[in-house]
Design a protein. Structure first.
Length: 385
């Protein structure tokens, strides 16, 4: 009897302990599945099966990313009533992204964000001609830049917050750029409602690199409304004037006394229609601001009074391209009804300066073998009443 009793107690204890461990495993797995989910998104004309990854933080904020172009197709943020709404422009159907994505909605941009004059540059005495896709210039890495490429995506399992690792290897000579470039990007959604984007790259030949993210924001959550009522502050005392094809002239001009002064927060629309040569050339704001300070720091804030939404941007880059959606032309439906019309979204593209490979006075964008490219940008969302 005693032996049977002892055996019974042992078995019971074993089942309790094993059962508890099994339940913990279920909870851990369930937690990870709730933080990052995967679904089918579509098939490209090249036959690539595209997946959508949805990151969710403890507050219910969500970011949706596809492995085509590393594109952010949706990003939600709370208003003053705690309502989470999508605040980034995008297409209503996958084909919009697969068919060239003419506005670069939500895309990772490379090898070179922004414009390079006359689609050519010289590096260590050798001339290179790259894809000409913006009048006489090259824009955002060329017609088939990183925004059109298939990215490998992995879920980072041991990360503190939901994190995706995106990787893409650009072949030597792709779009005319020298060197095989191996690029890695991390998207992390934190519990303080921040989207962190970390970039890394390595090359086997001297090349130029300028990576950025091209999401268009409309903090109202209604993509048929213009963004001219959004209040913007940029921590920059100078900007880069441009010529007729939007290439920097080389001058670093003080913003004080010009429509480009956002050192104190003001509505985007306050001066956007002023009689100003630079505004006429850009059809509004489409310029690079030279950011104050160095290292990872707060460089811009955008507030929408109607919803209370506040977006703060942090970066370690020397510049930011503020683009007020001047080339949106109403050709496509928005996700909330209506069309993506003129100035219904804005971009704050953190980056090195446009045309740096041809302008020695600008911060260098050259990357050599043995070096590692690093950059980080954070978009943080909160409410301001």
């Amino acid at each position: 009897m005693k032996k049977t009793t002892y055996n019974g107690i042992f078995i019971l204890l074993f089942l309790i302990i094993f059962g508890c461990k099994k339940e913990n495993i279920k909870q851990d797995i369930s937690g990870k599945m709730e933080n990052i989910s995967t679904s089918d998104y579509g098939v490209t004309p090249k036959g690539d099966s595209i997946k959508k990854y949805t990151l969710t933080n403890k507050n219910g904020m969500k970011v949706e990313v596809i492995n085509f172009g590393g594109i952010i197709t949706s990003l939600t943020a709370p208003d003053r009533n705690g309502k989470y709404e999508d605040i980034v422009l995008g297409f209503t159907k996958p084909e919009g992204y697969f068919d060239g994505n003419p506005y670069y909605f939500g895309a990772l941009i490379g090898r070179y964000g922004n414009r390079i004059a006359n689609a050519k540059f010289s590096l260590e005495g050798k001339a290179y001609e790259i894809d000409k896709n913006d009048g006489p210039n090259s824009l955002h890495g060329g017609k088939e830049g990183f925004h059109t490429r298939f990215w490998n995506i992995e879920v980072v399992k041991d990360a503190k917050f939901p994190t995706l690792k995106l990787s893409y290897t650009s072949a030597d000579g792709e779009e005319g750029y020298p060197g095989k470039l191996t690029t890695t990007v991390f998207y992390t959604l934190t519990d303080d409602n921040a989207l962190e984007i970390s970039y890394e790259a390595e090359t086997d030949k001297p090349t130029v690199v300028n990576l950025t993210q091209h999401s268009y924001f409309n903090l109202s959550g209604n993509f048929s409304k213009t963004i001219t009522d959004h209040e913007l502050q940029i921590n920059a005392d100078h900007f880069l004037p441009v010529n007729e094809t939007l290439i920097p002239t080389g001058e670093q001009k003080a913003v004080k006394g010009t429509p480009f002064d956002f050192t104190i927060s003001k509505p985007i629309g306050k001066d956007i229609n002023a009689e100003d040569d630079q505004l006429k050339k850009g059809k509004g704001y489409d310029h690079n601001w030279i950011l104050n300070g160095k290292g990872l720091r707060s460089i811009a804030k955008v507030h929408h009074q109607g919803t209370g939404r506040l977006m703060e941007v942090f970066t370690d880059e020397p510049g930011v391209q503020f683009y007020s959606g001047n080339f949106l032309d109403g050709k496509f439906d928005t996700k909330t009804g209506g069309k993506n019309e003129f100035r219904t979204g804005f971009c704050l593209e953190t980056q090195h300066f446009p045309d740096s490979p041809n302008q020695p006075s600008f911060p260098s964008t050259e990357l050599k073998p043995g070096q590692k490219y690093h950059s980080k940008t954070i978009y943080k969302f909160s409410v301001k009443n």
